[in-house]
Design a protein around this ligand. Structure first.
Ligand SMILES: C[S@@+](CC[C@H](N)C(=O)[O-])C[C@H]1O[C@@H](n2cnc3c(N)ncnc32)[C@H](O)[C@@H]1O
Length: 203
């Protein structure tokens, strides 16, 4: 009987360990939809929620050449992974806005788990009404039409030298300073666009 029990415990342990090994690493929490309060009805939907994979986040921040103490603002921040990574890897300050309260709750939980709460802040607000004048870096993963709506706001507010890194969707006929096309760890082609503000307002 004892031998049977030992064999059972051993096989359960082996199964659990194997299952854990085969799970993909997921450092960011996501809360079930049923717990989510309604989105802000007063704000335009600039993009659906699709998180940027972590390797692409790393590449976005490298393209932006983020430095310690700089302010990185993610417009439509989802679970906060871009500002949190900027804080964790570079010691940058981060600010993220989203119109979905569930995403803001996740971002706050993720900042706590990453121990960067002192460096990052998240706010339930419309990207179109967000003050980015103090940002050194702005990141977006929004639809092209949304980037075009934001373009006059960003180019008016950002100080010359501030960088914008856009994932997948460009800012229309504004020629990027750099384009980074690569294959991500899942084998998908990704394109990132780097724009450097020059003080010229672009409609
Ligand atoms: C494609 S996801 C990108 C999430 C995150 N930036 C990332 O790259 O992992 C776009 C996000 O923008 C948010 N969003 C849509 N419209 C918005 C608005 N008007 N203001 C702020 N956030 C918005 C969505 O709720 C969603 O979380």
């Amino acid at each position: 009987m004892l031998a049977v029990m030992i064999r059972f415990v051993a096989s359960v342990t082996l199964f659990v360990s194997f299952a854990a090994l085969s799970l993909p690493a997921q450092p960011f929490v996501s809360l079930p939809d049923s717990q989510a309060p309604a989105k802000r009805p007063d704000a335009p939907q600039l993009a659906p929620y699709v998180p940027t994979p972590q390797d692409v986040v790393d590449r976005m921040l490298a393209l932006a050449d983020v430095k310690k103490g700089e302010l990185v603002v993610d417009l439509g921040c989802g679970d906060g992974r871009i500002p949190i990574t900027a804080a964790r890897k570079y010691g940058a300050r981060g600010f993220g806005v989203d119109i979905d309260p569930q995403r803001i709750a996740e971002a706050n939980a993720n900042a706590k788990a990453a121990k960067v709460e002192h460096l990052v802040t998240f706010s339930l607000q419309d990207a179109m009404k967000t003050d980015v004048s103090k940002a050194n870096v702005v990141t977006t993963y929004l639809l092209s039409a949304s980037n075009l709506k934001l373009r006059p706001i960003l180019t008016k507010q950002l100080a010359p030298g501030a960088r914008i890194v856009a994932h997948s969707f460009s800012f229309g006929d504004w020629t990027p300073d750099k384009v980074d096309s690569f294959t991500d760890v899942e084998g998908r082609t990704r394109t990132l666009y780097l724009y450097i503000a020059d003080g010229k307002v672009r409609q």
